[in-house]
Write a protein that binds this ligand. Sequence first.
Ligand code: OGA
Ligand code: MN
Length: 206
Amino acid sequence: MTPQDKLNQLADGLAESGFAVIDDFLLPAEVNAILQLDEFQTGLLHFKKAGIGHRQEKQVNEGIRGDYIQWIDRTQAAPALQVYLEKLQQVIGFVNQTLYLSLKDYELHLTQYPTGTFYKRHLDQFKKDDHRKLSAICYLNTNWKPEEGGQLKLYLPHQQLEIFPIAGRLVCFRSDLIEHEVLPASRPRLSLTGWLLDQVADLRHL
Ligand code: OGA
Ligand code: MN
């Protein structure tokens, strides 16, 4: 599949079912370059525990989510990450054209789920802030085996779908519509987690 085929597949999936799974969105060499970053080479040193709730209401609750995150400041992003940022920008341009969305920007963090952690069923839009239109997660786990778990489970109208977090795979879905959860895994689970916004990101996380 060419890069253009992948964008078409993404737009078709979003239009028809509100989600899309694109394999090799990042190529193996691109994934490896990201895994070489200090952030991923030093365990959890650069990461902080993710919270739930919005802004001032944010709190840590390990019974709901157990991941660790580091927000990306795109003005400082390493070249390995710029590759991904450019691809997200292409996604925004293409889905704006084809699906008549008015996406303007994105926000993005590096994510690590330590062994055994999870994120219970939830929706990505905040009640008081609906600027997150599409969720976009790209996985960085080489040689992931089904028995290691860690599926992203999507709660669709007529079925539940479990998607393994394999390296290079992008999952993109409607943030306002699709409830989902992250199942526990028997090894650390790494990803780039982002949202495409209908306003310019306010960098509130940085
Ligand atoms: C999230 C989330 C899914 C995944 O961070 O909100 O649902 O597969 N992540 O990592
Ligand atoms: Mn989510």
